[in-house]
Design a protein around this ligand. Structure first.
Ligand SMILES: C[S@@+](CC[C@H](N)C(=O)[O-])C[C@H]1O[C@@H](n2cnc3c(N)ncnc32)[C@H](O)[C@@H]1O
Length: 433
């Protein structure tokens, strides 16, 4: 008997559901590439569906709670992922039409042994969602953020910032690049806007970075505007020996090298260090590379400055990695806090008397930022705060706190426009003896 061909659009949904299911299970979201789905239009549509399901995860939770009185069925294969993708389409992507969301969702789970018995439920739930889709589409935007996060960040950053965070989660992040050389011709060719210092911004988000003019020639690297701040704050009187701890993929290594310092870039992950090496080769930079554990690395000679961009919960990057909002638990943060303290203690040991230590994280949690400053000042005698002055960041003085620390978040916009920046924390210390 001849095999009936799959309906158009089914394959991309099956692949999208597989990727979303992995992310729901704890994986980091990586967009589908040509190896996953060779057809560019299918790939763009599949990525749009996954992205919307992740960005609207909190609102989709509210919808699921209303539609599924008994909650999600357990051990039901791809049911949840397919349902979330279809709700994302029905409610938040009305331009794609409702018919395919319903029809293809049922077809998709009919192909899954673990879920095919739920085809009737899928159909009924999506029909109910369809008749309520206008109401769901008007749901409060702040519900995109998980409830505990909403409460914590509203207390810390205020209600107005929180509403911008929600908007930033829905909209995603623009693409920020740091330029190797000041090159007005390149800025124009990229169609970019100058932001602050040597950072430019591209609003258009769907072009692959390696297809941009100047990429292959190493004329820029990708780095969010907030992430480009710490390397500007070394305050050394002249070029010196600088240790970049936790350096891969090398955004800050490149900035420090560009500023003329002799840079040692250290990371403990060989595959990430290989990426750093490839990035430096593309840019024509030649820092010393070290594969080691930053918690116990013992250099032969001490450094004039150490920059520690510590591993953290990365909650400040939620515009580009929405899943961090759902994956991070209080326990994860506590584990990272302990690691950051071990790294801070060794960063201090690697530093000359009189040298500068920069500590930074891409986290919005005070435990990984402001509170680590208190810990370091208490636990590391000979370390003092070297406050950052607003004049040093004259293009964005409002991010310097009264204590001389830097705190950014997606509600603060560098330059013109309103597209915000990542959540970042920076503290600067000096070793006195
Ligand atoms: C936030 S990323 C660094 C980003 C980088 N500084 C940049 O600007 O491109 C954190 C890095 O810390 C590294 N890392 C985590 N634990 C480490 C350890 N114990 N020793 C050295 N590197 C570590 C990770 O492999 C990762 O590359």
């Amino acid at each position: 008997m001849a095999h009936k061909p799959d309906p158009a659009g089914l394959k991309l949904r099956l692949i999208a559901a597989q990727r979303l299911r992995a992310v729901l299970g704890g994986d980091h979201f990586v967009p589908l590439d040509a190896a996953d789905l060779p057809d560019g239009r299918d790939r763009a549509l599949a990525n749009r569906l996954i992205n919307t399901a992740l960005r609207r995860h909190g609102q989709i939770d509210v919808i699921l709670a209303e539609l599924l009185e008994k909650g999600l069925p357990s051990r039901s294969g791809s049911f949840e992922a397919v349902l979330r993708l279809s709700l994302a389409q029905l409610v938040f992507l009305p331009d794609l039409g409702a018919h395919s969301a319903l029809f293809l969702a049922v077809e998709a789970i009919k192909r899954d042994n673990k879920a095919r018995h739920l085809a009737g439920l899928m159909n009924a739930v999506l029909r109910k969602a369809q008749s309520n889709s206008a109401r769901y589409g008007l749901m409060d935007e702040s519900l995109v953020l998980p409830e505990p996060v909403r409460k914590r960040w509203s207390d810390l950053y205020g209600a107005e910032a929180l509403s911008r965070f929600a908007n930033a989660l829905i909209e995603g992040a623009p693409l920020d690049l740091t330029l190797r050389d000041d090159d007005p011709g390149l800025v124009e060719a990229l169609g970019a806007e100058r932001l602050i210092a040597d950072t430019v911004r591209l609003e258009q988000r769907d072009r692959p970075v390696d297809a941009l003019p100047g990429y292959a020639e190493g004329r820029f690297w990708v780095q969010d505007a907030a992430s480009a701040l710490p390397a500007r704050l070394l305050a050394l009187p002249e070029a010196g020996a600088v240790l970049d701890l936790c350096a891969a993929p090398g955004g800050k290594t490149a900035q420090l090298t560009k500023a003329g310092h002799r840079v040692t870039a250290l990371d403990n992950d060989p595959s990430r260090l290989a990426r750093l090496r490839a990035n430096m080769e593309r840019l024509g930079y030649d820092p010393e590379l070290v594969e080691a554990d930053a918690a116990n690395y013992a250099p032969l000679a001490l450094f004039d400055a150490v920059l520690l961009d510590a591993p953290c919960s990365a909650t400040g990057t939620f515009r580009r990695h929405p899943e961090v909002l759902w994956h991070r638990s209080a326990g994860d943060i506590a584990g990272r806090v302990r690691l950051q303290q071990a790294l801070l203690a060794n960063a201090f040991r690697c530093l000359k008397a009189g040298g500068t230590l920069i500590y930074c994280t891409c986290s919005l949690e005070p435990e990984e930022g402001e509170l680590q400053v208190d810990w370091a000042l208490d636990a590391l005698p000979g370390l003092e705060l070297f406050p950052i002055r607003p004049e040093e960041l004259a293009d964005l003085p409002e991010i310097v706190t009264p204590r001389g620390l830097v705190r950014t978040h997606p509600g603060i916009t560098p330059g013109q426009g309103n597209a915000g920046m990542d959540g970042f924390f920076v503290a600067r210390f000096r070793r006195t003896r």
